[in-house]
Design a protein around this ligand. Structure first.
Ligand SMILES: Cc1cc2nc3c(=O)[nH]c(=O)nc-3n(C[C@H](O)[C@H](O)[C@H](O)COP(=O)(O)O)c2cc1C
Length: 338
């Protein structure tokens, strides 16, 4: 899908989009509000009068939802789910045709055939597969410290990840000081609030600025994180979800080939090990993507060349047990060449 310059400058700013669909059974709702608390975006809000959650949009987005379905995973009454499809219809972020299609349930043992929602079963799978499918991003943590021994175990899982040329081009900064994590959150939120302001304005110059930034930094200007930035505003700068531990993962910029890949693999080793140990994790990309505009973060974490932040991971004990039911995901384009 090669795009001309004309297509690239079209619709970088809230393009015409088909949004996901929220399905909600009000009769079963226990009013625990976990769905709204755990939602990473501004999509789910609580209606005090009706005593139920409702879905909201953002500018031209009908539902400001990223389709993670954590609301479904956390709901003890099984009364909420997100279905349907997110599709950008034109312009810079147009969805490729081979990714068209609604979310589908998990069906690893179903060959290439379709599966019904109820058919999303983990029966017959290995323990490793079960960990992969049951892991969810956790954003509600118990106020309970994680022991050094357990953190060490996670770091060991990361250390034993594969890396290009066995270069092991990583460094980990473990922050268990919540006050420091709060300060980092605030410095990061200052930047996300500015991006949110720029992106949300209707003035022509702001739209032109977003278009220009999207030409230069296509990965940074997608409209979906804007709904997460809206949530950051609503929660007064909560970036790392009050987690008792935040592990920052850095790369040695001079690492062989693509050190970001090495660090990402180490990160996922850590995340899966954490899940297997009963811990919850949530990747935080906002700190790495804003650190260049907020040098104070670099100072607070005390790192310098040759290290660069790749991602951060919140770690802690989940406040509530997530439902073990795997959630659906979008269709994946696979080309078989035999
Ligand atoms: C590189 C990366 C960066 C992410 N950044 C954030 C973030 O800043 N804040 C957040 O709440 N979640 C963040 N996430 C979590 C994603 O929103 C989440 O993985 C996705 O919605 C799928 O949900 P699941 O992890 O529960 O399957 C990030 C995930 C990845 C892989």
């Amino acid at each position: 899908m090669k795009q001309s310059i004309a297509e690239k400058v079209k619709g970088a700013h809230f393009p015409p989009t088909q949004s996901y669909r929220l399905e909600f059974d009000a009769d079963s709702c226990t009013q625990c509000r976990l769905c709204t608390e755990t939602c990473p975006t501004s999509c789910l809000q609580w209606d005090d009068e009706a005593k139920k959650p409702y879905g909201t949009g953002l500018r031209d987005l009908e539902l400001a939802c990223i389709g993670c379905n954590n609301c479904e995973a956390i709901c003890p009454a099984d009364c909420i789910r997100v279905r349907g499809e997110y599709r950008v219809l034109e312009g810079r972020y147009k969805t490729p045709e081979d990714r068209f299609g609604p979310m589908r349930p998990l069906a690893p043992l179903n060959g290439s055939g379709p599966a019904q929602d109820a058919g999303a079963s983990l029966e017959g799978l290995t323990e490793t597969e079960k960990v992969i499918y049951r892991r969810r991003s956790i954003r509600l943590f118990k106020n309970k410290p994680v022991s050094r021994e357990i953190i060490h175990r996670l770091l060991e899982a990361a250390r034993f990840a594969p890396s290009a040329g066995n270069g092991q081009p990583w460094k980990f900064i473990v922050v268990t000081n919540r006050e420091l994590s709060d300060e980092i959150d605030q410095a990061c939120a200052e930047v996300t609030n500015k991006i949110h302001w720029l992106y949300n304005g209707k003035q022509r110059w702001r739209r032109m600025a977003v278009t220009l930034f999207s030409l230069l930094k296509v990965n940074q200007m997608d409209q979906r994180p804007i709904s997460a930035m809206e949530k950051i505003k609503q929660t007064d700068g909560c970036i790392t979800w009050n987690a008792p531990v935040v592990i920052h993962l850095l790369k040695d910029k001079r690492g062989i080939s693509h050190p970001d890949i090495d660090v990402a693999i180490a990160a996922q080793n850590l995340v899966l090990a954490a899940h297997a140990l009963g811990l919850g994790t949530c990747y935080i990309g906002f700190i790495a993507s804003t650190v260049k505009y907020a040098p104070a973060i670099r100072k607070m974490l005390g790192f310098d060349y040759p290290y660069e932040l790749v991602t951060s991971i919140c770690v802690g004990y989940p406040k509530v047990k997530q439902q073990d039911k795997p959630v659906p995901r979008g269709p994946v384009p696979v080309a078989w060449i035999e």
